[in-house]
Design a protein around this ligand. Structure first.
Ligand code: FRU
Length: 490
């Protein structure tokens, strides 16, 4: 077995070696978390510790494929400016020989404690999984718990797809949700409890495929998270194996939530229907934390499993995180807003009011670019379709279209002509209230659009040419008023 320090040294060498190639990539994002080289996937261990936000991530330093996973680490005082920290975990022990898989963080008497899954594959390729702890006093150097693993044996009736522990404290007791699969290959979220984080007892099944009247709902549920919002319990999970249904579930795997009530004696949750958290393309394995302002903040992987064909691989890296979002519950629906700290990085305001667009397409002075935030409020007159084209080339061969179709009452994100990379169209129902507000975050290779103050969000990666910087507003079959437009560079 290679020692922890040596594994970290090896990874650091790889980061150093690839630095100039990675940094030569136009598609490196300007305000999103990315890996220094190699592959990033799930957000892990999201926590505010001693006044600073920490975000760890699944990290494969040696390639843009899902190889041996480490925990990379960033920290921030404001959720916007992130500082790269030394690698937190390397897969050095027998119980994690094939990767330090996803998990969460808690503060236990002043100690930052990570709880994660050690992934092991034996010589026959069989998977074993173990839940493990690692502790840190300063939030930088982590020491693995000497009696790891803390969960050795999976409960009967479940396979070794048993991972992604998320831990929190309630009424003096530690609780954990974990993603699991029954031996009949049905996805599950299980609830465990512990007095000391070291010895864990199963409470029961929270939710899953073919229970709680859900019907057939996937073969594995990854990355669960359970918390309260407005007195209701919210279960987030990333189920795998759900078939597309019209506009729903069009990505390879989904991430969404259930609203309901958990019975902490049995673990069971009575819940409403599953709702996708994001209506766009790349969005998976979200994780939340509660900060000292009482905000429930979510960050997700702006990528998907099994989709590793992004153009950035030529430059030695792949994937990123979404910007942080604050979650609120309104009438049993989650509303998602960018954290207000995003406003601190706004520069150079350009502003317009009351611009009428009548069956036409317009460009506005100072409204163009690739790294920016934009807020647009449309008031509809009689147009049947209206919206904005981003990242347009002069000949308009390249464009990314965000628009509203009033006949269908749907908002649409069309990246069919966005440049290189994955293509496609995503749609979501939004009631036609003759008014639409868009808050768009553009980075060199990503789009995040928050609709009507967080009612829906669409996220996606795009890879246009760096010269494609045009922004055009349009209306078809009548007019709309661009009531207010504000744009900032970031
Ligand atoms: C989700 C996931 C987790 C696992 C991790 C491995 O994307 O598959 O279930 O812990 O990634 O990197």
């Amino acid at each position: 077995m290679i020692k922890n320090e040596d594994l970290i040294k090896k990874a650091n060498k790889e980061i150093e070696k690839n630095k100039s190639l990675v940094n030569s990539d136009y598609y490196r994002l300007k305000y999103h978390i990315m890996p220094p080289t190699g592959l990033l996937n799930d957000p892990n261990g999201f926590i505010q510790f001693k006044g600073e936000y920490h975000l760890f991530y699944q990290f494969h330093p040696f390639g843009t494929n899902h190889g041996l996973k480490y925990w990379g680490h960033y920290k921030s005082i404001d959720l916007v400016n992130w500082e790269a920290m030394p690698i937190a975990l390397a897969p050095s022990e027998w119980y994690e020989s094939h990767g330090c898989y996803s998990g969460s963080a808690i503060e236990d008497n002043g100690i930052l404690t990570l709880i994660y899954t050690g992934n092991v594959k034996d010589k026959q390729g069989n998977r074993e999984t173990y839940q493990c702890l690692a502790m840190s006093e300063d939030g930088v150097e982590f020491e693995k718990y000497k009696d790891n693993p803390v969960i050795h044996n999976q409960p009967k009736g479940y396979t070794r797809h048993f991972r992604d522990p998320k831990v929190w404290k309630k009424d003096g007791i530690w609780y954990m949700v974990i993603g699991a699969q029954t031996i009949k290959e049905e996805g599950r979220v299980l609830l465990f409890k512990s007095k000391d984080l070291k010895s864990w007892d199963m409470v029961g099944e929270v939710a899953g495929s073919n229970i709680n009247n859900l019907g057939d709902f996937g073969f594995m549920w990854e990355c669960p998270d359970l918390f309260e919002l407005n007195g209701k319990d919210i279960l987030i999970s990333s189920p795998q194996g759900i078939k597309p249904q019209g506009d729903l579930y069009n990505n390879i795997y989904q991430s969404g939530y259930f609203v309901g009530k958990v019975d902490y004696k049995t673990g069971n949750m009575q819940h409403e229907d599953f709702v996708e958290l994001d209506r766009g393309f790349e969005f998976y394995a979200p994780q939340t934390t509660l900060d000292d302002k009482g905000r429930r903040i979510l960050i997700a992987w702006m990528g998907l499993p099994e989709e590793e064909d992004h153009p950035t691989t030529e430059k030695g890296w792949i994937h990123a995180m979404t910007i942080p979002r604050v979650l609120e519950l309104k009438e049993n629906k989650i509303i998602q807003k960018p954290v207000e700290e995003m406003e601190n990085i706004r520069k150079n305001l350009a502003k317009y009011e009351n611009i009428k667009i009548n069956s036409s397409e317009i460009m506005l002075e100072n409204i163009s670019g690739d790294v920016l935030e934009m807020e647009a409020i449309f008031e509809v007159d009689d147009a049947y379709e209206f919206g904005v084209k981003l990242r347009c080339s002069d000949d308009e061969k390249e464009k990314t279209i965000l628009y509203y179709d009033r006949k269908m009452q749907k908002f649409i994100f069309d990246r069919e002509n966005s440049g290189k990379g994955y293509k496609g169209v995503r749609r979501c129902y939004i009631e036609d209230k003759k008014k639409l507000k868009l808050n768009i975050f553009l980075d060199t290779s990503s789009v995040e659009v928050f609709i009507n103050d967080g009612q829906e969000v669409f996220t996606g990666r795009i890879y246009p040419d760096k010269q494609s910087l045009g922004i055009k507003f349009f209306a078809k079959g009548g007019s709309v008023i661009l009531k207010e437009l504000r744009k900032w560079d970031i």
